[in-house]
Write a protein that binds this ligand. Structure first.
Ligand code: 1PW
Length: 216
């Protein structure tokens, strides 16, 4: 349950939010679970050390933007990513070419989280298939360069790289996940990651379909 995520951190529960995200009938991505999954990822990042909080701060502010939409009078429109896209586009609440009066639309905010989710996906997959001698900083940097780095200006890339060097070793990483032995983590990731991938793929398709992948 969502309360359990608040009380005791375990990456298993975080990743299960992404499983709960997908509505059975129509594959809509449910906002509340998406947000709850992200909150768990932030706790995960924060438990990796203070240096990494630079990375989580931006995710936190974006989560807050989405929670505010959800609590607003138009909250029902933000029930799923699909309903959000339909609503914001119809009501012209999205800055399409240049940030202006709708600088923090739900669409552009979720796009940033969506791109970051790709990083997480690549990184956890690398971690899952890593060996004892693998360096987390290298795995994280590779995942970053293949995803988010393409959207970040030089100064952010530089800061991100520096904070990756401060990442704990592979063993600590597996412990922080709070899942069990390394074999348990590997099994759990093997089972859970397909759900994260599915959420990623459906979101990517939704954004591509509406030409929203380059929102400023
Ligand atoms: C080990 C777990 C890794 C999970 C990574 C997920 C979080 C990644 C957040 C990176 C944030 C770096 C600093 C912020 C940069 C923002 O400028 C940028 N945000 C993101 C999420 O890429 C773009 O947002 P903006 O400036 O257009 O509002």
């Amino acid at each position: 349950s969502m309360t359990a995520v608040e009380e005791k951190f375990s990456l298993t529960e975080v990743l299960s939010s992404f499983k709960a995200c997908l509505e059975k009938e129509n594959q809509d991505v449910l906002m509340d679970y998406y947000i709850s999954g992200w909150k768990g990822l932030v706790r995960f990042m924060n438990s990796l050390g203070a240096i990494f909080s630079f990375v989580s701060k931006d995710a936190v502010s974006k989560i807050q933007i989405m929670e505010a939409f959800r609590k607003s009078s138009s909250g029902d429109q933000y029930r799923s990513l699909q309903s959000m896209v339909a609503y914001e586009l119809k009501a012209k609440l999205v800055d399409l070419n240049k940030r202006a009066e709708h600088s923090n639309s739900g669409c552009r905010t979720i796009l940033r989280l969506h791109r970051a989710l790709r990083w997480l996906q690549l990184f956890l997959e690398k971690l899952r298939t890593s060996t004892e001698n693998s360096k987390t900083s290298v795995l994280c940097t590779e995942a970053y360069n293949d995803s988010l780095a393409n959207y970040h200006p030089w100064i952010i890339r530089k800061t991100a790289m520096v904070s990756f060097y401060a990442l704990p070793a592979r063993n600590t990483f597996f412990e922080v996940m709070n899942v069990g032995s390394i074999e348990d983590v590997v099994t759990m990731l093997g089972e859970a990651m397909p759900y994260v991938s599915q959420v990623y793929d459906i979101t990517q398709q939704l954004y591509a379909q509406h030409n929203l992948l380059d929102l400023p």
